[in-house]
Design a protein around this ligand. Structure first.
Ligand code: SDX
Length: 428
């Protein structure tokens, strides 16, 4: 294959370099396009064909349904690693040995306290506040209490900011849930593993000890691994572009949390459960909802289906579907919602509209069923997605800063009014 692309505009030919990635993906390097052509730019709403960066963190092949973190397959990581190992792998590029993992965890635990004044901010929210809005606000507020985490000008600064947020974020997640349910805001237990500690902080009843359930620990650990990174998705791109102005890590993450909240993105796991509940209340009439999803005059979409990149099964959805059966079986939970989900999936996979558009179940289709079986409230589902995605966001932000990437500032094609003289009000 040639290492150049040729573009012809008004009879003029321009050559641009082709870049080939480690998985033989090819990109046209258009960095010189505007200068070489006297102002011509590309335009690509939603960036469906446009790469924002080179990255060495996550590879996914949407046609083949492949997902790898730093070269390791999601299937192997979900089966053989734990969440903290995967967080270390995403952020620093290699699986840690035992000594590295222990130090990483100790450093995280040393930052597991959140300034008590954060509770005053939390108190200001109405109980009706959505936990994602609370989490984004508190994550941003952490900057005020950890000012050294803003100007990360050295590896040490960067590492300290990273272990701080990995230590404090699970506390904010637990507080966001407990505040809504009128429960006391407590801290975790540094004698526990990372995921055990999350569960204890979320569910500990003030009047009794919290007994760990290994089924819940394993299920959450696997779910967090499956959500940990996904290359340049909407929220990760938001984290990267926010960080490209050299805004601090915590506020960049708060921007990513806000982007993830949207029902077309991470908010879909909550929307899936609400959709499945509506179908159940409607007597399980999946055909009605399939028709709505295909009706262009109806804004309803089959939540948990379709993906910008996967035009095959989302490998995470396959793993979560199996895990849903296992967890509900292990917990002895009979959930009619799971049967409705499986029925809906079967119908959609056989429906020409969905087949033609290559719409398959994505990561959000089954995850809420497991969260629900674990006793996690529906409004907390996207917060759990954010907890899982935290190491991925951190890894991507770190990569962008270490590579000293330029501030993100897209061009546009102006299609508005051309010059016109001011008109005084009496002439309008
Ligand atoms: C996540 O990017 C990531 O990696 C995200 C994520 C991650 O880990 O970070 O994987 C997490 O966000 C998963 C996606 C969760 N969202 C949902 O489940 C919401 C429902 N899905 C859709 O809204 C949609 O599929 C998107 C947003 C996920 C993708 O949208 P695209 O790529 O912009 O595709 P599109 O909107 O252009 O749709 C193409 C066609 C359209 O029909 P036509 O105009 O061609 O006739 O497919 C249709 C759409 O109407 N379509 C759907 C549909 N999804 C797409 N029709 C019905 N139901 C759906 N769910």
């Amino acid at each position: 294959m040639s290492d150049k692309a040729t573009l012809e505009i008004n009879g003029e030919k321009y050559e641009f370099p082709l870049i080939t990635g480690s998985e033989n993906e090819v990109a046209i390097d258009v960095k010189a396009l505007r200068g070489a052509t006297g102002g011509v730019i590309t335009i690509d709403p939603g960036y469906k064909n446009t790469g924002s960066c080179e990255s060495a963190i996550t590879f996914l092949d949407g046609e083949k349904g492949i997902l790898r973190y730093r070269g390791y397959s999601i299937e192997e990581l979900a089966e053989k690693a734990d969440f903290l190992e995967v967080a270390y792998l995403l952020i620093f590029g290699e699986l840690p040995n035992q000594e590295e993992l222990d130090k990483f965890h100790e450093d995280i635990k040393s930052h597991a306290i959140v300034d008590d004044d954060i509770k005053k901010i939390l108190d200001a929210f109405p109980k009706s506040a959505h936990p994602m809005g609370v989490l984004a606000s508190l994550t941003s507020a952490l900057t005020a209490f950890n000012p050294t985490s803003v100007d990360v000008n050295s590896d040490e600064d960067m590492y300290n900011a990273i272990v701080r947020i990995l230590g404090k974020f699970p506390v904010l997640v637990a507080w966001a849930m407990r505040k809504k349910h009128g429960l006391p805001l407590d801290y975790g237990d540094n004698s526990l593993g990372y995921v055990e500690n999350v569960l204890k902080m979320m569910f500990k009843n003030p009047t009794s000890d919290y007994e760990q359930n290994p089924i819940l620990v394993n299920a959450l650990d696997k779910l967090l691994i499956l959500h940990a990174d996904h290359e340049q998705n909407c929220s990760t791109s938001t984290v990267r572009i926010t960080g490209s102005s050299h805004a601090g890590l915590f506020v960049s993450l708060a921007a990513g949390i806000s982007a993830l909240w949207g029902p077309l993105h991470g908010g879909a796991n909550q929307a899936v459960l609400e959709m499945l509940e509506a179908i159940r209340e409607d007597g399980g009439d999946t055909k009605k909802y399939m028709a709505k999803a295909k009706d262009k005059s109806d804004p309803f979409r089959l939540m948990g289906f379709g993906h910008r990149v996967y035009k095959n099964f989302d490998p995470r959805a396959k793993i979560i579907k199996v895990a849903a059966d296992e967890v509900l079986g292990d917990l002895g939970v009979e959930d009619p919602i799971l049967d409705i989900a499986k029925g809906l999936e079967k119908e959609a996979l056989e429906d020409q509209y969905f087949v033609d558009r290559k719409l398959y179940p994505n990561v959000d289709f089954y995850s809420g069923i497991i969260y629900r079986a674990m006793g996690i409230p529906t409004e907390m589902f996207t917060v759990m997605f954010a907890l899982g995605r935290l190491p991925g966001w951190i890894a991507q932000w770190r990569e962008m800063r270490l590579r000293k990437e330029p501030i993100g500032r897209p061009r546009q094609l102006y299609t508005g009014e051309t010059y016109r003289p001011f008109k005084s009000i009496d002439k309008r």
